[in-house]
Design a protein around this ligand. Structure first.
Ligand SMILES: [Zn+2]
Length: 443
């Protein structure tokens, strides 16, 4: 462990620090020193006694851990939260695509994303992989909230609600990557929607662009039975095999959902270093299916957690996502030790960072890493006693227990309040929602 410096920007004190390193090193009465946006040192409180800090965050015996990495989201879709419940993926998409066609503009994406990102920050998320139209608007919202973002151009086989015909879509994608490469707090991925909305030639074009730009791919795959049928009709095979034919099943690729996989596909994903964003909230709500999470993990695949958008899973809560991931894995396997709480917290932190290609910078509290960390307060009745911090986090805590959140060393949530002013975004989302309700009533 690195020794504490004489001075630092921020010192987090009196925490049960979970570093989430590979050995799960934890310090019961610990401190974290932060300088220039990075972790400077971690150690017992006794060793931090003389450190001069510009700001001190007292964890008051709470848990200090890396911020959650949400590896699959559509933040702006909070605009459509609760609009199309109680139906499977195909019916859900029909309703949501109609609402999107009428209401999605760069301005509404900016407002929806700001709210979605604020919701995530308040729940302990410090980095999110977000796929949505008008990604510049989400980039703008993330900068405002202060949260880390992986964004990128969306590829869909038809013109889409952003009205980009395919050749222009390719040009926009390249321009987006060029414009944002090296932007602080922003990482890039290409975001083809899925094998059911893109044909083989288009998928191959995205792979070629990804190779040429050196930017990895994030895509939905094998989410629901209806998708399996659509992909079989369009490509004559399964989604993973269709993506493999297009060259996308390779290191760096991140698949969202990956529910319906056969044994050979699981072996292939593990062997090629393809990561999976497990989205149990939306998988359960849309009856998409129970992902073969434990099989993927025992095959050696990188598995992480995503909330998906609020239109399908209805909230962007990584605590509920962790709990449901554990409970569904246990229920599906019939073994209560199928997925220990500690491993679920790892999926939400360091494995999430690895899945997003950020493992060298994020997901662990060790010297030199980005200071993306959260403080979970343990003083509420439902968290007393806390024998095992991982168990408390997965099975008892909720996002309202998140007291402080820092992203790259800057506070984005302080004393349970979002630091950024999102008042105008709230008003804008309310205005969109009332016009959606009015048009839904007319229909
Ligand atoms: Zn999705």
């Amino acid at each position: 462990m690195t020794a504490f410096p004489a001075r630092c920007d921020t010192l987090v004190t009196n925490g049960h620090v979970l570093t989430m390193d590979d050995a799960f090193t934890a310090i019961r009465d610990g401190a974290v020193a932060i300088s220039k946006g990075r972790i400077a040192a971690i150690g017992p409180m006794a060793e931090a006694a003389g450190v001069a800090a510009r700001a001190v965050i007292d964890a008051r015996g709470g848990i200090v851990l890396p911020g959650f990495v949400n590896t699959h989201c559509h933040a702006a879709m909070v605009l459509f939260r609760g609009l199309a419940d109680d139906r499977p993926l195909d019916g859900f998409l029909k309703a949501v695509w109609a609402a999107e066609a009428a209401h999605v503009t760069p301005e509404t994406v900016r407002a929806g994303a700001a709210l979605g990102l604020a919701e995530m920050a308040l729940g302990g998320v410090t980095h999110v992989v977000d796929m949505y139209f008008h990604p510049d608007a989400t980039v703008d919202a993330a900068r405002h909230v202060g949260i880390g973002l992986t964004a990128g151009p969306v590829f869909i086989g038809f013109d889409g609600i952003d009205h980009l015909p395919w050749p222009e879509r390719l040009r926009f994608a390249e321009a987006f990557v060029t414009r944002h490469r090296g932007t602080e707090g922003l990482d890039l991925m290409l975001m083809p929607h899925s094998a059911y909305t893109l044909d083989a030639a288009q998928l191959a074009e995205v792979t070629a662009l990804s190779e040429r730009l050196g930017v990895p791919v994030h895509i939905h795959a094998a989410e629901a039975p209806s998708e399996m049928a659509l992909v079989a009709a369009r490509h004559g095979t399964t989604p993973v095999r269709a993506l493999d034919r297009a060259g996308m099943i390779r290191p760096g690729t991140l698949l969202a959902h990956a529910v319906h996989l056969d044994d050979a596909e699981i072996a292939l994903l593990a062997e090629r270093g393809v990561a999976m964003a497990h989205c149990p909230l939306s998988n359960a709500k849309l009856a998409s299916g129970a992902a073969r999470l434990c099989d993927l993990r025992s095959a050696g695949a990188v598995t992480s957690l995503g909330t998906d958008g609020a239109a399908s899973g209805n909230d962007l809560d990584m605590f509920r996502t962790m709990r449901l991931a554990a409970q569904m894995a246990i229920l599906a396997s019939g073994a209560p030790d199928a997925l220990p709480a500690r491993d679920v917290v790892a999926m939400a932190t360091r494995e999430g960072a690895r899945a997003a290609g950020l493992g060298a910078r994020k997901g662990r509290l060790t010297a030199g890493m980005d200071a993306d960390l959260i403080v979970v307060d343990l003083s509420s009745p439902h968290l007393i006693p806390s024998y095992d911090p991982y168990s408390s986090l997965v099975y008892a805590a909720g996002r309202s227990d998140v007291a402080h959140v820092m992203a790259r060393g800057r506070p984005i949530v302080a004393d349970r309040r979002i630091v950024a002013d999102v008042t105008s975004d709230i008003a804008a989302v309310r205005a969109v929602a009332s016009s959606i309700s009015a048009s839904a009533l007319r229909a």
